[in-house]
Design a protein around this ligand. Structure first.
Ligand code: HEC
Ligand code: HEC
Ligand code: HEC
Ligand code: HEC
Ligand code: HEC
Ligand code: HEC
Length: 419
């Protein structure tokens, strides 16, 4: 084989090497704590605990209301995790630096306590957090129904991918430099040898490097890397386009649900008058505030008018509506009706909106994606008792062993949610 051919085939082998390297790193991304079980049972038991208690705020691979949880046992000890999950506030109060750090990072949102979870529960949870729901295209396709357009996008966390890509580029550069050195040493050595004409010409050419950069294999490697990077970024963006989970805009008046709906236990319907009647829940007008605030001018019986209450008076005096910033916002193409869910379906506000009565400032608790609507429609039973409308359906359905779900009354039909 001539020297020329053996040299130009090097980049091709390099690309194979790069792929192997990629695969190797990919499989080692989650090096979890060995104490955490990876048995099927533990993972699926953990999944049900997770879905019942944590899913509203956490995702495994994506930040939601709380942090992404995958890799937890890499960054924290199991003991720490147990304490934090059972009673995060106690751990934070003890001054634990990690706990205080993450608490501040998430704007001091208080995570609920889970003292009722047994040791086994927590260990199963950790198993699910480390090994559960890995992105598996085959499984996703099997459960897809084409409906989970905007469902939970798992996949390799992007920080890892960026690191892997970075390392890969570095290694490629290093190999290039070493190759360059070898070539120049070889060329020097070969100059002193007896050679035939073709090899002589090959060695004497000046542009070894230029050739290398222009070679097909090199171009392929670089293009693949660039395309992979661009595609990954684009996919990440697409999954989150329009998804505003956790969105908590500053409101024109510092109105607190924690104070009104929590501490003073004012019914949601007192202010959100439309919730059982129609599509929209309604935001109360300043007049509704005035039912109470004509008398209550500040907190705790202080002197004078609180500046926040003064804003209500100003709105009423000037006959100007208070310009509340909308938190929840579905795109126009979709139709959502409150009465259908609250009055007919019997779904609690908190199931969709989270612990509003604990919120100082309202934030968007659920993703509000189509996958979110569909998931609930797949899982939720119809409240058919005492509802004549459903008697016939239930009768027809009684051959099946499952309870009547929302999906069975057309909750997955495109036209029900899209105009
Ligand atoms: C109401 C929302 C909410 C629920 C429900 C919730 N969390 Fe959290 N979680 C948070 C927030 C917010 C943080 C960030 C720390 C903070 O603000 O206290 C957090 C932090 C954590 C952390 C620390 C992560 C880290 O990287 O240090 C763990 C672990 C955790 N949660 C586990 C769980 C588990 C397990 C459950 C279910 C049993 C759960 N959480 C339920 C909101 C929630
Ligand atoms: C005293 C009146 C009052 C009561 C009681 C009340 N709210 Fe509200 N709510 C408001 C006002 C005013 C806003 C708009 C300002 C804001 O977002 O904080 C609002 C906003 C909201 C939003 C966000 C709306 C958006 O912009 O998307 C939700 C969700 C909500 N409330 C749910 C509830 C639930 C659930 C309850 C009962 C647990 C409740 N509210 C009780 C007055 C009230
Ligand atoms: C059913 C009675 C009721 C209604 C309706 C009501 N509030 Fe209140 N509000 C209260 C009470 C009670 C307090 C707390 C007073 C205290 O602690 O002494 C309060 C406190 C407040 C405070 C805190 C004042 C301060 O100085 O920090 C603000 C701001 C406020 N309300 C805004 C509103 C707005 C805006 C609305 C209308 C959307 C509204 N409230 C409707 C009963 C009500
Ligand atoms: C099945 C889920 C679900 C339940 C249950 C639910 N909501 Fe909503 N809520 C939504 C969605 C989705 C939106 C956004 C609607 C839109 O943008 O058209 C929303 C919007 C709102 C808004 C903003 C104003 C509006 O009407 O669009 C308020 C206020 C609100 N909800 C209050 C409540 C209250 C109070 C309850 C309980 C009595 C409740 N919601 C129950 C899903 C729900
Ligand atoms: C927490 C569970 C839950 C979520 C989340 C949810 N729904 Fe529903 N939905 C229900 C239930 C329960 C019913 C059945 C009400 C009844 O008994 O008719 C229902 C019924 C419906 C229906 C009527 C279906 C029919 O065939 O009569 C529509 C339309 C609908 N939902 C739209 C939506 C949209 C749009 C979203 C997302 C923005 C959404 N839902 C999110 C629980 C949910
Ligand atoms: C239970 C209610 C529901 C049903 C059933 C439903 N959709 Fe959606 N769809 C939504 C909601 C809500 C959104 C807005 C999601 C968002 O803003 O992220 C949406 C968004 C979309 C979008 C815009 C892309 C996107 O992710 O924003 C398309 C396209 C779409 N739906 C097609 C369909 C088709 C086709 C079907 C029938 C197979 C269907 N939908 C059934 C609720 C539904």
């Amino acid at each position: 084989m001539s020297i020329k051919r053996s040299l130009t085939s090097v980049p091709l082998r390099l690309s194979t090497l790069a792929m192997l390297f990629f695969l190797l790193l990919g499989t080692q991304v989650y090096a979890a704590n060995p104490e955490v079980s990876d048995s099927e049972e533990a993972i699926s038991a953990g999944k049900s605990v997770f879905n019942a208690n944590c899913k509203t705020c956490h995702q495994l691979d994506r930040k939601a209301v709380g942090p992404a949880l995958r890799g937890l046992t890499d960054r924290r000890s199991i003991d720490w995790a147990k304490k934090f999950i059972r009673n995060s506030q106690a751990l934070i109060a003890s001054g634990d630096a990690d706990a205080v750090g993450i608490y501040n990072e998430f704007n001091q949102l208080v995570m609920p306590n889970h003292e009722f979870l047994s040791d086994d529960d927590v260990m199963n949870l950790l198993a699910y957090i480390e090994y559960g729901d890995k992105a598996d295209p085959a499984a996703a396709a099997a459960t897809g129904d084409g409906a989970q357009v905007a469902g939970g996008g798992a996949g390799i966390p992007s920080e890892y991918l960026t690191i892997i890509l970075g390392v890969l580029v570095l290694v490629l550069l290093l190999i290039l430099i070493v190759l360059g050195l070898i070539i120049s040493i070889l060329t020097k050595y070969l100059k002193n040898q007896q050679l035939d004409a073709e090899d002589e010409e090959f060695i004497n050419q000046k542009s070894d490097f230029k050739k290398l950069f222009r070679s097909d294999a090199f171009v392929i490697i670089i293009t693949t890397l660039v395309i992979a990077l661009v595609a990954k970024t684009a996919i990440d963006e697409l999954y989150t386009v329009g998804v505003q989970q956790g969105y908590a805009p500053k409101q024109p008046i510092a109105f607190s649900h924690q104070l009104h709906a929590g501490q003073y236990e004012i019914e949601c319907q007192y202010c959100h008058t439309g919730v059982e009647l129609g599509k929209s829940a309604n935001i109360p007008s300043a007049n509704i505030c005035m039912n109470c605030h004509a008398h209550i001018q500040n907190v705790g019986g202080q002197e004078g008018i609180s500046p926040e209450i003064a804003k209500i008076y100003a709105a009423v005096d000037n006959n100007q509506p208070i310009e509340w910033v909308r938190v929840h916002n579905l795109p126009d193409l979709s139709y959502f009706n409150h009465a259908q869910h609250v009055a007919v379906g019997g779904v609690e506000c908190q199931t969709c909106h989270g612990p509003i009565e604990e919120m100082e400032v309202v934030y968007q608790h659920s993703s509000l994606t189509m996958g979110w609507c569909i998931d609930c429609h797949r899982q939720t039973d119809i409240k058919s008792q005492g509802n004549e409308y459903y008697d016939k359906l239930v009768q027809l359905h009684s051959g099946s062993k499952d309870a009547l779900k929302v999906k069975d009354i057309g909750g997955l039909e495109c036209a029900k949610c899209h105009y």
